[in-house]
Design a protein around this ligand. Structure first.
Ligand SMILES: NS(=O)(=O)c1ccc2oc(NC(=O)c3ccccc3)nc2c1
Ligand SMILES: [Zn+2]
Length: 229
């Protein structure tokens, strides 16, 4: 039985490759985004990244043991353009990484700086593949939008709809439904500049199947919205 992976010295990223060989690969995420060497690609500006999401209610939220995950398969959603070529990617789920304090918690860092947290909107290539599981076996199978969280005085209403349910799912494996209507578009910052690179799932099985799109502008949430209780 595979030991539970986690973030301790005995089951953390340094030993994931023992159980999950892809974790030892050449295009592993997260990475530190060095803004001085990031190059702007005029092609990306020509092919604007576009997205269209549906609003959904009664979405299921799960305590994964490492954070929360909202299952949001949206056959009517579309993410395309930018680094995604001619393929259309569809939203499958979104989840959050955050830490013990607001000084840490994001997975990607920017010039060595961590943010308080990071939201991931996970999409899969429905042009080429028949399922998420199949897409996750290919280098262009998934596209994940990363949005950094900055801690400030304004709470984020959409995030609040999610974190307000966490008291019902205190333990790993527990899930509940979010009664409110959630529109993933509201998670995205107003400034749509982004960094993009070819990487992987940031947690086991660490498949090298992700086209990462990390927005430069963070969104603001309150301390309570991004720290473990
Ligand atoms: N932090 S991450 O890189 O965005 C990341 C890391 C690990 C992941 O495993 C899955 N699996 C599904 O969503 C899934 C969806 C449907 C069926 C089975 C699995 N998504 C992930 C995203
Ligand atoms: Zn993630």
């Amino acid at each position: 039985m595979a030991a539970e992976w986690g973030y301790s010295p005995t089951n953390g990223p340094d030993v994931w490759a023992r159980l999950f060989p892809q974790a030892g690969g050449a295009r592993q995420s997260p990475v530190d985004i060095c803004t001085s060497i990031a190059s702007s690609d005029s092609n990306l500006e020509m092919k604007k990244l576009t997205f269209a999401y549906e609003s959904q209610s009664d979405l299921r939220i799960l305590n994964t043991g490492h954070g929360w995950k909202v299952e949001a398969p949206q056959s009517g959603s579309r993410l395309e353009g930018g680094p995604l070529g001619e393929d259309i990617y569809q939203l499958e789920q979104f989840h959050c990484h955050w830490g013990e304090t607001s000084a840490e918690g994001s997975e990607h860092t920017v010039d060595g700086r961590a943010y308080a947290g990071e939201l991931h909107l996970v999409h899969w290539n429905t042009t080429k593949y028949q399922s998420f599981a199949e897409a996750a076996q290919h280098p262009d199978g998934l596209a994940v939008l990363g949005v950094f969280f900055d801690v400030g005085n304004e709470s984020n209403d959409e995030i609040e709809k999610i974190v307000s349910t966490l008291s019902e799912i205190k333990f790993k494996g527990q899930f509940t439904d979010i009664p409110d209507v959630i529109d993933p578009t509201t998670f995205l910052p107003s400034g749509l500049g982004y960094w993009t690179y070819l990487g992987s799932l940031t947690t086991p099985p660490c498949n090298e199947c992700v086209i990462w799109i990390v927005y430069k502008e963070p969104i603001t949430v309150t301390e309570e919205q991004v720290t473990y209780h």
